[in-house]
Design a protein around this ligand. Structure first.
Ligand SMILES: [Fe+2]
Ligand SMILES: [Fe+2]
Length: 196
């Protein structure tokens, strides 16, 4: 099949655009988290934003590996422009990740496989697994920010100051680090990881 006439060609262009935008949206939420003094949350969001820009790179590279350099690829697709409080933005992000790993990328993987581009199908499946974990993290963060439990745990855990490395085991960390004076927003988060 002529790659530039395949659906996968357009799907890759669309996926590249979508991942670029997801990365940017998460950086915008990170900016709000920084303004709110939630530095560790901002760090987490920037790490996920970096993941998305690397997904964009993977799709870009797959496209040019098959099609070569292209002057212009018209893409018709809708993209989210939702915004709100930090908690609302985290919920939007979770929903976006869900539709990527449950619907969009599995469909794109199927199409790529049907069209004979197995290498691209595998990339879609690998990225979908990452988006599944992103959804888990965003849902956890949404609940924690909404309920004010970002820095509390039902059982004692080790809290680590992101600034100086001070550690203490307790249900809740310090408001001000006893070693370096950093605020609670610098304390490293306890993130869930599943589905691996
Ligand atoms: Fe992604
Ligand atoms: Fe993601």
């Amino acid at each position: 099949m002529d790659f530039s006439k395949s659906q996968t060609y357009f799907n890759l262009a669309r996926s590249f655009a979508g991942e670029c935008q997801a990365g940017m949206r998460y950086q915008l939420v990170a900016r709000e988290a920084t303004k709110a003094g939630l530095q560790s949350l901002a760090d987490t969001l920037r790490t996920i934003a970096k993941n998305e820009t690397n997904h964009a790179r993977v799709f870009f590279e797959a496209l040019v590996a098959h099609a070569g350099s292209r002057e212009n690829i018209p893409v018709e697709a809708g993209y989210p422009f939702h915004t709100g409080t930090i908690a609302e933005s985290l919920l939007f992000a979770a929903e976006d990740e869900k539709s990527e790993h449950e619907n969009i990328y599995p469909a794109f993987a199927r199409t790529a496989r049907e069209e004979g581009f197995e290498d691209i199908a595998l990339k879609y499946e690998q990225v979908a697994k990452v988006e599944e974990n992103h959804e888990i993290i965003f849902r956890y963060l949404y609940d924690a920010v909404k309920n004010g439990t970002l820095y509390s745990c039902e059982h004692p855990v080790i809290w680590i100051c992101g600034e100086c490395g001070y550690m203490h085991t307790s249900k809740e960390p310090w408001k001000v680090c006893p070693l370096c004076g950093a605020k609670q927003g610098e304390v490293q988060l306890h993130l869930p990881y599943e589905g691996i």
